[in-house]
Design a protein around this ligand. Structure first.
Ligand code: AMP
Length: 576
């Protein structure tokens, strides 16, 4: 496919936010693409060269991108910078100033490969080489192609098509919505939409059905549902395995040969953060291949006290990892086995997966099986819960003993019961920042006074506002936040955001914050969960706890359906 043709689809996608229209534009596009290019087209639509877990990122700084545009357009770099500041959009700047080609000759593959080559180039002098290659690419593109390539290279393509939309459109492009379930299953097991699309186009439904867990490809995590009391849990799933809910950093460890890769819960590589986990897995699983899942948590080795999430998360700073490892040693509390020596364990029951784990993990300093107890009745579950709360821990996770591992799904195979359920609002929420107000009084100096936050609506594929929040950030955090948000400002309301409130500044959905509140209330101002009467949901006395959730991406935000179930849970608590 010619790049110009793909770009004509980008233009159509950019001017609609109606879901059905998005599906039909994408499905038309996919029908036109050949098998050899479908993966690249998908990645380009996602605004990535490859899924993040491959660790290849174009992320070129804007100043270099501007140098490439200036070179291709024969314009002085300082003049271009001034123009860019006036225009405010790197794509439109490239469209206007790149010299551009007369004939629309390049194919999607040629453009993708050229950008790929630029991304992987490293070593001395590579910045200049990258600028040269990019400017020569710009010279072979029409102005409108240059617009989208520049946005892509700057990480600002933002066509507003999430993974769920792409999966739906892929199914529709083959004429069958019914393909969606098997596409979802395969996607949750391998997290690579481009590869999935290629297999779908090459080998159809059977190819997709044959997709299984693959070492090196992160499995999307199974998630917990909530219930508000031990009675409800026992009523729902009967006797169950109960584990501590560790408040740490979810880690999925893949070992192939002697290599260990660690993935975060949003499928990013986090291997360098946890050298002691890598080493322990290499030793314990010498000669074996395995995928394990658990929580990494900083612990006091003498008192066995578990530290808070904030302490563990200090590892996120890439420097001083070794010092951190010395001062705050970690343990990896493993709770699941997903793959072992060629066997996909996700189909096995939880009881069997646990049993195998217990056989595999000998006593050692770093890797420990998550504490677990089989409970038969409400009485013993309540007792366990109270003991956990007394130990200062977050709560429990109850697991259905006969359940397989349901990748990427939130269901009642796992149910969390948290300490905060004893108060009125039964859980914290992970909300996506979609805008902010510049603040008044002393806050103006930080550039941010209040943030506008949203939940995600999986059904509709968009972010819906639920709260304005001005409490919970330290002054330093406000400064950090302001620096981060200034890089993702959107001049208009982002297309994936549904909001009636207009903040001073819109930002692209990217960062999540964990928020607690006194109560969830009905509200006419917010769009989350809006019903026919126009009433949505809002938070009363909301406050941010902790800082940005580095381990979660925008689509991991609390779903609108969870807010509704928390609202209903809260009503029950009040009635009791
Ligand atoms: P939440 O983030 O509140 O939805 O809770 C679910 C998270 O709890 C999971 O994503 C895990 O990271 C974490 N977790 C902690 N301990 C366990 C456990 N024993 N089993 C499963 N998940 C756990």
């Amino acid at each position: 496919m010619k790049c110009s043709r793909l770009v004509s689809y980008f233009e159509r996608l950019e001017i609609t936010s109606k879901r059905l229209e998005l599906f039909s534009i994408l499905a038309d596009l996919f029908k036109e693409v050949t098998v050899s290019e479908i993966d690249k087209v998908i990645y380009l639509l996602q605004g990535e060269l490859l899924p993040p877990f491959h660790g290849i990122n174009i992320g070129m700084a804007e100043k270099y991108l501007l140098r490439a545009i200036a070179k291709s357009g024969d314009i002085d770099a300082n003049d271009l910078l001034k123009k860019y500041r006036q225009i405010g959009d790197i794509g439109k700047t490239a469209e206007r100033f790149c010299r551009g080609a007369a004939s629309l000759a390049l194919t999607v593959s040629e453009v993708y490969d050229a950008i790929y080559q630029i991304a992987v180039m490293g070593g001395e002098g590579s910045v200049d080489q990258k600028i040269d290659l990019l400017s020569s690419l710009f010279s072979q593109l029409s102005p409108v192609e240059a617009k989208y390539v520049a946005r892509f290279v700057a990480g600002k393509l933002r066509l507003g098509v999430g993974d769920a939309t792409l999966l739906e459109a892929l199914a529709l492009s083959k004429g069958e919505r019914a393909f969606r379930a098997s596409l979802d299953r395969a996607y949750h097991l391998t997290s690579d939409l481009g590869r999935l699309a290629k297999i779908f186009y090459q080998s159809g439904k059977d190819g997709i059905a044959a997709i299984s867990v693959r070492l090196g490809f992160p499995i999307r995590p199974a998630l917990c549902e909530r219930l508000s009391s031990p009675d409800e849990i026992i009523e729902k799933i009967g006797p169950c395995v109960v584990e501590i809910k560790y408040d740490g950093f979810r880690c999925q460890a893949h070992k192939r040969g002697n290599d260990v890769i660690l993935f975060s819960r949003n499928q990013e590589r986090t291997t360098p953060m946890f050298p002691e986990i890598v080493e322990a897995i290499q030793t314990i699983f010498a000669g074996q291949e395995v995928i394990l899942e658990g929580e990494a948590l900083a612990v006091n080795l003498i008192t066995e006290e578990l530290f808070s999430f904030q302490v563990t998360m200090q590892r996120k700073r890439k420097h001083n990892i070794n010092e951190m490892a010395k001062n705050f040693p970690l343990k990896f509390f493993v709770f699941d086995l997903l793959y072992l020596n060629g066997i996909d364990y996700t189909h096995f029951s939880y009881t069997d997966r646990r049993k195998k784990l217990a056989e595999l993990i000998p006593k050692n300093q770093v890797i420990t099986l998550a504490e677990s107890v089989v409970t038969e009745d409400t009485y013993s579950l309540s007792r366990l819960f109270n003991e956990t709360v007394e130990r200062g821990l977050e709560g429990l996770v109850a697991k259905r003993p006969d359940a397989p591992y349901t990748a990427g799904a939130r269901n009642f195979n796992w149910i969390k019961l948290k300490r905060s359920y004893k108060r009125e609002l039964t859980d914290s929420l992970d909300l996506c920042i979609v805008g902010y107000y510049t603040g008044y009084g002393h806050r103006t100096k930080f550039g941010i006074g209040t943030i506008l936050t949203a939940v995600y609506d999986k059904e509709e594929g968009c972010f819906k506002t639920v709260s304005k929040i001005g409490t919970g950030f330290s002054e330093q955090e406000l400064i950090d936040l302001s620096a981060r948000l200034s890089k993702i400002i959107s001049h208009d309301k982002p297309r994936e955001v549904d909001s009636e409130i207009v903040p001073d500044v819109w930002v692209m959905p990217k960062y999540l914050v964990t928020v607690t509140a006194d109560e969830i209330t009905r509200s006419q101002n917010h769009t989350a969960g809006r019903d026919a009467t126009g009433a949505g949901y809002a938070l009363r006395f909301p406050r941010v706890v902790g800082f940005i959730r580095e381990d979660k991406g925008p689509y991991d935000a609390t779903d609108v359906s969870e807010v509704i179930s928390l609202f209903n849970m809260q009503k029950q608590v009040k009635m009791e």
